[in-house]
Design a protein around this ligand. Sequence first.
Ligand code: PLP
Length: 224
Amino acid sequence: MIAENLAKINENINNAAKTSGRTRDDITLVAVTKSVGIDECNTLLCEGQNVFGENRVQSLCDKYETLKDSALWHLIGHLQTNKVKYIMDKVSLIHSVDSVHLAEEINRQAAKLDMTKDILLQVNVSGEESKFGMEENALFPTLEAISAMNSVKVRGLMTIPPVSFEAGANRKYFAKLYELFMKLKDNSSGNISADFLSMGMSDDYEDAIKEGANIVRVGRALYI
Ligand SMILES: *Cc1c(COP(=O)(O)O)cnc(C)c1O
């Protein structure tokens, strides 16, 4: 089942990418593994899918214990400052940085380990309906503060739109984040760059790609 679903998703990604002159290789699929166990992860690995996303620190650490660096791990969910230290040596990208305070802690822990950590800034482009992510108008002040940090690198932006039951309802939010991403591109320098735009989940990853995403985070559609 997983193999078939993955093949279909890869095909959909390729088709959506083509509408904007891109191909499958331009898009990173993060297989969200929060609802499955090691067996499913191993199946994904066998099928060549080796980027995994977990939304909780504990479950990421548990899976990492077994699978180690056979996968690239992305932390995609809300991250508490006091848990940063547990994931520093495990994750290749943190999608969910939503405050200067959190960036400071990642910077501090990265410096301790003599590494640089790649992060995305999570922006709430849908207003009140979503509780995580920084306000749009906090983005540039946050970047300003992070530009003085030596051990974190902003690589782009991420958003989680509100749950929607209407096809296409989130495209306006994806378009809005893409606009911010382009502004970020214009303002890139030092440790700030706009390489990755992480948006789109099981129900709307194709829309997100059409609106410019180059990272999509897909869970349910892999397993049903
Ligand atoms: C669970 C989760 C996803 C995947 O959602 P699905 O609807 O299962 O595809 C993507 N991003 C984040 C931040 C998540 O927590």
